[in-house]
Design a protein around this ligand. Structure first.
Ligand code: G6P
Length: 489
């Protein structure tokens, strides 16, 4: 308790993630503009306010020159962000390669790349070496900014090697690691050539967190089956050292969405959209254009619905916002053309001279535009094939208190465990089931919608990002670091 009392009221946090909450765009030799980055991790972390937090990460841009680096460091400092500069080749091997072509698909049950086994194996090794080198670069920056008493919170699959690097610098550092994706069954994880090294590095952390209990359980089984360690209800034990493993379901800053809806500019936008789609029910999808989001499957299910329900054809519209992401990775490029092809075919098939059934946008919307769109939606479609949590479903619910629309949600999204009772849960691979659920959602009684909405709205407004962060950090504070343990013995 004495140690707890001595802690400053506002705990100093070093939040380390591959992507900073703002991404830089170069406007001149030493001029930069900063834009909010996309993705669930950033959306949640922006809601974490009650800490003295500093962010360490990559600004999403290659800055080879010193003048540019200095200017960007200064611009980011105003946002409490500290950049890690990665050169182009490192980004290619670490971010495009190991993170997004290997770990990301594997953790979402899409397997390892299969094109050319030999080439893959060769590049796999060099990509893993660069991954470790990049993690070391993050560790160097953390170490430079670390002060006694700080808590270091590492995020996501990009930085699985970081806990080990940090503990090598300083055994007393409190280090937590949180995964924003699913952690797959140990049978999947064991196919990864670097499976053991990655697990051991993560276990160097004092606390390891996941969105759901299932992911935590998969991680513990991977450690027991692959490393032969002992799993306990608290976590994983290795030669007397316990790494605490637990589930901490993330949330959003619901207040930010709810209060945005009251702003005149958002109200104006809501009016325009309502007018624009008068006479039609609005269905909405908001996703990064990623294969895990199941966008082709969703659109095919919508097609099936139109096919089977001709009376609905001129009474419903699907708005699909597909935010471009990881565009240097070939799999993502293929997906873009696949989605365009399907959308074009369906619009050709069911469109008229004055209206098309699908509006597909390859871009992000600004925050207020997005809030307005969520608010006018009748049915949101979240059909991820796998998803760590999926915060779009939370954002939609937060903006629906007057409309009380329906959420169709994949049972393979972490959010199914928290919003399952209010949503219609579907298997996104089953196009017939999704098509049926669209009809069910569009024809649901107001009473039923209200009941379901209340369940979800209560959850989203009480389990916020701030609460998530407080729970993780307080649990991390309560862990005893290895070095302290040794001096006590
Ligand atoms: C997911 C990941 C995040 C990532 C985000 C956006 O939410 O869990 O770590 O930042 O996608 O992807 P990107 O590759 O653009 O950072």
């Amino acid at each position: 308790a004495a140690a707890a009392d001595a802690r400053p009221l506002r705990q100093r946090l070093l939040v380390v993630a591959n992507r900073l909450p703002v991404s830089a765009v170069r406007r001149g030799e030493d001029a930069w503009s900063l834009e909010i980055s996309a993705g669930g991790l950033v959306s949640a972390l922006l809601g974490v306010k009650e800490f003295e937090a500093r962010w360490i990460g990559w600004a999403g841009v290659n800055v080879p020159d010193e003048v540019g680096q200095k200017a960007l460091t200064k611009a980011l400092a105003e946002k409490r962000c500290i950049p890690v500069f990665l050169d182009e080749e490192t980004v290619h091997q670490y971010y495009n390669g190991y993170c997004n072509n290997i770990l990301w698909p594997l953790f979402h049950y899409l397997g390892l790349p299969q094109e050319d086994r030999l080439a893959t194996t060769r590049s796999f090794q060099s990509q893993f070496a660069t991954y470790k080198k990049a993690n070391q670069m993050f560790a160097d920056v953390v170490n430079k900014h670390y002060e006694d008493g700080d808590v270091v919170w590492c995020h996501d699959y990009h930085l699985m090697f970081l806990p080990k690097c940090l503990k090598e610098y300083n055994r007393n550092m409190k280090v937590g690691w949180f995964l924003h994706t699913p952690f797959p069954s140990s049978e999947i994880h064991r196919t990864l050539p670097s499976r053991s090294e990655l697990l051991r590095s993560v276990l160097a952390a004092d606390l390891v967190g996941f969105h759901t209990y299932d992911y935590a359980r998969h991680f513990v089984s991977a450690c027991t089956r692959i490393l032969g360690l002992e799993g306990t209800p608290e976590g994983v034990e290795d030669q007397g050292k316990l790494t605490r493993v637990a589930a901490f379901p993330i949330g959003i800053d619901s207040e930010r969405f709810i209060s945005a809806l009251k702003l005149p500019q958002v109200q104006e936008h809501i009016k325009e959209l309502t007018e624009r789609f008068r006479g039609r029910k609005v269905m909405l999808g908001v996703d990064r254009l990623d294969m895990i989001k199941g966008i082709p499957q969703k659109i095919l299910a919508f097609e099936k619905f139109l096919e089977e329900n001709p009376l609905w054809r001129d009474k419903v519209v699907l708005l699909q916002i597909a935010v471009p992401t990881r565009t240097d990775v070939p799999e993502y490029q293929k997906l873009t053309s696949q989605v365009h092809e399907i959308v074009g075919r369906i619009n050709g098939r069911f469109g008229t001279l004055t209206a098309v059934p699908i509006h597909h946008l390859d871009r992000s919307l600004d925050f207020y535009g997005l809030c307005a769109l969520y608010a006018v939606t009748d049915v949101a479609l979240v059909t991820s094939l796998r998803d760590g949590m999926n915060l779009v479903s939370y954002e939609f619910v937060a903006c629906q208190d007057s409309k009380k629309g329906v959420l169709i949600l994949s049972e393979f999204a972490g959010a199914a465990q928290s919003l399952g009772a209010g949503a219609i849960l579907v298997n996104p691979w089953n196009i017939t089931e999704v098509a049926d659920s669209i009809r069910q959602a569009l024809t649901m009684s107001a009473e039923e919608r209200e009941k379901r909405h209340h369940h979800n709205f209560d959850h989203v407004t009480t389990h916020t990002a701030q609460e998530w962060a407080e729970m993780f950090v307080s649990e991390l504070n309560d862990t005893v670091v290895e070095a302290q343990l040794r001096t006590r013995q």
